[in-house]
Ligand binder design. Structure first.
Ligand code: B1M
Length: 222
């Protein structure tokens, strides 16, 4: 049983989605995250254990390697895809409550901004860190964040912006969220964003990369 979890961890870490996937070359013709997750469930391994002992540690390794520039966006995307294949098999257990997450993370790219590659990476890494995700997509204004927060009380909010012209919209979104739910934790990021800007608009934390976002979220959950 342990062997299956080790193999699943490795499949997600190196982005092996399923058996027929040619990537990565060193795992060619071997089972991927899809087959290994099914085998783990059939072997009676609890879904919570699959999440905590294979998927979360795998994505944690991926996040650290990315932050240290040992891997780059394409490798990270492949790992996220492998994690997605595994999560797809685990979905019914989330729905039934058999798997408990650390909380909910509502994320979106702010109003006026259509860039979503970085936002998607952060979303997938936080999911891999054991959180439920509500992804509002791109071009999201304060009204949608507030509505999502009403549906998911206590959720953490994540704002992404890639343009100097749209990062300013983060300020209005933060103020509106504070009016409705002052205690909400708000995390921001994106290429033009800085820690100084974060402080200036009254958000709680600036994460330069997905790993720092996951570390912040994990501190909130502990
Ligand atoms: Co745009 N674009 N773009 N673009 N684009 C940039 C951002 C730009 C720097 C290019 C340039 O001029 N050199 C420039 C911005 C200049 C500025 O504001 N100072 C720019 C511009 C000007 C524009 C348009 C205005 C161009 C035009 O139409 N005239 C237009 C705007 C459209 C709009 O949004 N309204 C536009 C459009 C587009 C495309 C649609 C073509 C496409 C986006 C496709 C998509 O996202 N689905 C695009 C792209 C791809 C880029 C570049 C090339 C790449 C951005 C990217 O995805 N990077 C970019 C130039 C560049 O960066 N070389 C550029 C990879 C991604 C992984 O990094 O998003 O920074 P990033 O995310 C990082 C971190 O920032 C962090 O984690 C990620 C991983 O480390 N992070 C977070 C991100 N969000 C976070 C949230 C967090 C925490 C961390 O917590 C919540």
């Amino acid at each position: 049983m342990e062997d299956l979890l080790v193999k699943l961890l490795e499949a997600v870490e190196f982005g092996k989605v399923d058996k027929k996937s040619p990537y990565p070359p060193q795992l060619r013709d071997m089972d991927g995250a899809h087959e290994l997750t099914i085998s783990a469930i059939e072997a009676g391994i609890k879904p919570q254990i699959i999440l905590e002992e294979a998927l979360i540690p795998a994505m944690s390794k991926v996040g650290k390697k990315f932050a240290e520039c040992k891997i780059f966006v394409p490798q990270m995307l492949m790992s996220a895809r492998a994690m997605g294949a595994s999560m797809f098999q685990l979905k019914p257990f989330f729905a039934s409550g058999a798997i408990k997450t650390k909380g909910t993370f509502i994320i979106g790219t702010v109003k006026g901004d259509l860039h979503d590659i970085g936002k998607n990476l952060v979303s997938m890494m936080v999911e891999g860190g054991g959180w439920s995700i509500v992804d509002l997509g791109v071009d999201v204004g304060s009204d949608k964040f507030v509505e999502a927060l009403k549906n998911n009380p206590g959720a953490v909010i994540g704002l992404s912006a890639l343009l100097t012209t749209t990062m300013v919209n983060m300020g209005e979104i933060v103020s509106t969220i504070r009016e409705h739910a002052p205690e909400t934790k708000i995390l921001i990021g994106g290429a033009p964003v800085t820690a100084e800007f974060c402080q200036h608009i009254g958000a709680d934390f600036y994460a330069p990369d997905p790993q720092k976002a996951v570390e912040y979220m994990n501190k909130l959950a502990s």
